[in-house]
Each structure stands twice: as structure tokens, then as C-alpha cells.
Design a protein around this ligand. Structure first.
Ligand code: ADP
Ligand code: ADP
Length: 226
């Protein structure tokens, strides 16, 4: 069983049920768009999949393994997440992208080659020595994406990654998401407010409302040309 499987996940904060019996299947290499109004529970679900939060009941499986059952570090390293607001250290671009790779003990030549690829993909070639804090908002978000991408995660979790970007930056990010999905068969879960973005990128979709998945499947949102 490869891919991501969310099974009967529930989450409460106080007595408020934020996720109610949520189940989803995302096959290997698929791009799943999660749509729904704000407060539906989308971010909470992503945080649970990314092991930033634990469900009260239910399970999350990646390639058939319960994410909480094995080695936590190893499991966390098979995933990467990009948030709506870019996160970066106050270092230069190169060191920001290299950080996760250095932690994993990747050698310098491989780090250089992955960074080169990532920056090219994100139209940031030549920005290696620029300080992260001096980047524009769009570049900062592209940097955040590069940091996730170079880790070559099996599962990439994107929480409204283009919500604050102008159309040119959205186009670069969307192309990057498609490219890595195709090149590395990365499985992607994309939370988005845009049904248009979902149509452009995703191979399947789920709608959430009030902590529940109200509908999911492959033919929910139509094609980019609709
Ligand atoms: P979405 O991403 O779909 O906007 P969230 O997962 O952020 O939804 O939130 C779902 C619901 O859970 C919202 O009503 C939110 O206010 C509530 N919520 C999320 N996290 C917490 C928390 N730590 N404490 C209290 N309420 C929370
Ligand atoms: P800072 O600008 O933060 O002082 P440096 O430019 O001295 O940092 O680089 C810090 C580290 O990042 C060094 O290990 C260096 O090898 C690496 N590095 C920085 N820029 C590049 C680059 N363009 N190509 C390869 N390695 C780089």
C-alpha cells in the first residue's frame, strides 16, 4: 500500500471537535487538493499528517506504515511542509537551503547540485549569497519552497503556499510543484482556497467543512479548461 492514507482521524480542542472521522487516500505520486472554507480543519489535518500534532484517534499511514509507529526522525524526514507565511533563518539563501541537507549529513557536492537545481526551478539562480531578509515576499516564499524541495521528500505538504503571492510568483510556484511531482513522483497534499489552482495542479480533490471531508475523489473539480 503506497501513498498516504488518513483513517478515521479525530481531533478535539477543549470540547470542540476540529476533525471528525476524517479519512483520505492519496496514491503515490498524486497531487491531492484540499478545499474548503476557513475554519474547516484543513491546516489541522496537515499538521497531523506532518506529525506536528497528534490525532485523538485514528491513524495516518505512509506507504502502509503508521507514522507514529516507527522511528520518528526517519518518518519526519520523509515529509516536508511549506506554510502560508515563509519561514527562513537570517542567513543567506544558500545556507538557508543547505541547512536541512547539512543536518542530514548530505555531502557538499550533492548539496551544491541540489541547491543549483532548486534555485533554477524557482527562478532564483544567482541569489545564493543574498540575505533571506532582503528578499521580496514572493522570493522569500520561493526560498521556503526550495528548502522543502531539496530534501526530496516522499510527501510534500503545502498549506496555502501561494496565498500571499502575485500572479507571476504563483505561476513560478505552480510550475515548481508540477515539476517536482513529475520528476520525483513526489506525493503532494495542497491546501488551497483556489479551485482554479486545484484544477491546474491536482489529480484529485477533497472538500472539507466543519471538520469533515464532505466529498473527495478524482472527478470533483473538472479540468483547467472548464
Ligand atoms: P482551516 O485550515 O480549514 O482554516 P484550521 O485547521 O486552522 O482550519 O482550524 C479548524 C478549527 O479549529 C477552527 O475553528 C479553529 O479556530 C480551530 N482551532 C485550530 N487550532 C486550534 C487551537 N490550537 N485551539 C483552539 N482552536 C483551534
Ligand atoms: P555568509 O555570506 O553567510 O558569510 P558564506 O558566503 O561565507 O556565508 O558561505 C557560507 C557557506 O555557504 C560556505 O560553506 C560556502 O561554501 C557556502 N556557500 C555560500 N554560497 C555558495 C555558493 N554560491 N555555492 C556554493 N557554496 C556556497
Amino acid at each position: 500500500m503506497s501513498g498516504l492514507s488518513v483513517r478515521n482521524v479525530t481531533k478535539k480542542v477543549g470540547n470542540k471537535a476540529i476533525l471528525k472521522d476524517v479519512s483520505l487516500e492519496v496514491g503515490d505520486g498524486e497531487i491531492m487538493a484540499i478545499l474548503g472554507p476557513s475554519g474547516a480543519g484543513k491546516s489541522t489535518l496537515l499538521r497531523i499528517i506532518n506529525m506536528l500534532d497528534r490525532p485523538d484517534s485514528g491513524r495516518v499511514l505512509l506507504d502502509g506504515r503508521d507514522i507514529w509507529s516507527g522511528n520518528r526522525l526517519e518518518m519526519q524526514r520523509s515529509m516536508a511542509m511549506v506554510f502560508q507565511k515563509p519561514v527562513a533563518f537570517s542567513w543567506n539563501v544558500y545556507d538557508n537551503v543547505a541547512y536541512g541537507l547539512r543536518l542530514r549529513g548530505v555531502d557538499k557536492a550533492e548539496i551544491d547540485s541540489r541547491i543549483k537545481e532548486a534555485l533554477a526551478l524557482l527562478d532564483m539562480t544567482g541569489k545564493e549569497r543574498q540575505y533571506a531578509r532582503s528578499l521580496s515576499g514572493g522570493e522569500a516564499q520561493r526560498l521556503a519552497f526550495a528548502r522543502a524541495f531539496v530534501l526530496r521528500p516522499k510527501l510534500l505538504l503545502l498549506d496555502e503556499p501561494t496565498a500571499n503571492l502575485d500572479p507571476a510568483n504563483v505561476a513560478i510556484m505552480e510550475r515548481a510543484i508540477k515539476d517536482i511531482n513529475q520528476k520525483y513522483r513526489t506525493t503532494v497534499v495542497l491546501v488551497t482556497h483556489s479551485i482554479y489552482q486545484a484544477r491546474r495542479l491536482s489529480t484529485m480533490a477533497a472538500f472539507m467543512m466543519n471538520g469533515e471531508v464532505v466529498e473527495s475523489g478524482k472527478d470533483l473539480i473538472g479540468n483547467p479548461s472548464d
